[in-house]
Write a protein that binds this ligand. Structure first.
Ligand code: PLP
Length: 309
């Protein structure tokens, strides 16, 4: 079974919030594995174990062309001796596959780990949870252990319940970024009675509350703040990119543009607006995602936009 060491806590000193009387720490889940991004390793841990126990040789999962989860599953396959299949959104990628492998760092990495790709149209991709779609995949690839898009299932939540430890009990508030809701669900299930969890969705839409309710046992110790998605999933603005760059310059901590950058922008903004009482101790979970920076910079450069330094 994969063993994951507790990640370190680091205090954040950032000029924008110097006089606010808030104590801000970050838990460096981005450092728990050299390749398998923070929360994705937590989410895969018990799924790897389950797949091994059931005797599967292959892991199959879904994702976009820059997905942290795709990179993580590919890396897990290499490290734990599974064959891996990535069903990737966008059949236009198929045509230029050789070129894509050069220009897309996520797929290049996954390919080097041995992942086999199946590119599907955006329309088909929407049907990925249907029985007929899955049966077609079984006919094509044989037996596999299926991991959902983003990796979220009950076993993923169990893995994320291990993010917090003795060192995090002193905090009043725990903050994390949200994609599918698996990570925050683990935090909600494992915080102490007097702690609250605040989630920052990285995408638009109001389906997340229901997802989280299905995966958690607590209803009154968490809330979502929907004001910092910057236009939607993987959308960025120059304000966000320049914040990420300034934050790194001052704190030496790299944030990613899709998840943690948006969350930390939100937390700093809320502290500036006196959303938290003076004296509040806030813990930020750095969920990783740094592999996506290179791909995002390629896109930003094409648009002549500010890039992540
Ligand atoms: C996938 C991901 C998230 C979102 O996690 P969910 O469990 O899907 O909510 C947050 N941060 C990073 C860096 C991620 O890669």
């Amino acid at each position: 079974m994969p063993k994951i060491e507790n990640s370190i806590l680091q205090e954040i000193h950032f000029s924008d919030i110097k006089q606010k009387g808030i104590s801000l720490f970050i838990k460096r889940e981005d450092l728990i594995h050299p390749y398998i991004s923070g929360n994705k390793f937590r989410k895969l841990k018990y799924n790897i174990l389950q797949a091994q126990e059931e005797g599967h040789k292959t892991l199959l999962t879904f994702g976009g062309a820059f997905s942290n989860h795709i990179a993580a599953v590919a890396s897990v396959g290499k490290e734990y001796s599974f064959k891996t299949i990535g069903v990737i959104r966008g059949d236009e990628l198929q045509k230029d596959f050789e070129k894509i492998l050069i220009s897309n760092p996520t797929l290049k990495f996954a390919n080097e780990c041995g992942m086999q790709f199946k590119f599907v149209s955006r329309t088909d991709y929407r049907l990925k949870n249907s029985d007929s779609f899955i049966n077609n995949l079984k006919n094509e690839f044989g037996d596999f252990y299926l991991i959902p898009e983003g990796g979220t299932n009950k076993l993923a939540v169990k893995g994320c319940e291990e993010i917090l430890d003795n060192s995090t009990e002193k905090f009043n508030v725990v903050c994390c970024s949200i994609g599918t809701g698996g990570t925050i669900s683990g935090l909600i299930n494992s915080v102490k009675e007097d702690q609250k969890v605040i989630g920052f969705p990285a995408l638009k839409g109001n389906f997340l509350e229901d997802e989280i309710k299905k995966l958690t046992s607590q209803s009154n110790n968490w809330k979502l703040i929907n004001d910092y998605h910057f236009g939607g999933y993987a959308k960025t603005t120059e304000e966000l990119i320049s914040f990420i760059n300034r934050f790194k310059k001052e704190t030496k901590i790299q944030l990613d543009p899709i998840y943690t950058g948006k969350m930390v922008f939100g937390i700093i903004d809320l502290i500036k607006k006196n959303y938290f009482n003076s004296g509040t101790k806030i813990l930020v979970i750095h969920t990783g995602g740094l592999q996506a920076i290179e791909g995002m910079n390629t896109i930003l450069k094409k648009k002549n936009s500010l890039i992540i330094e």
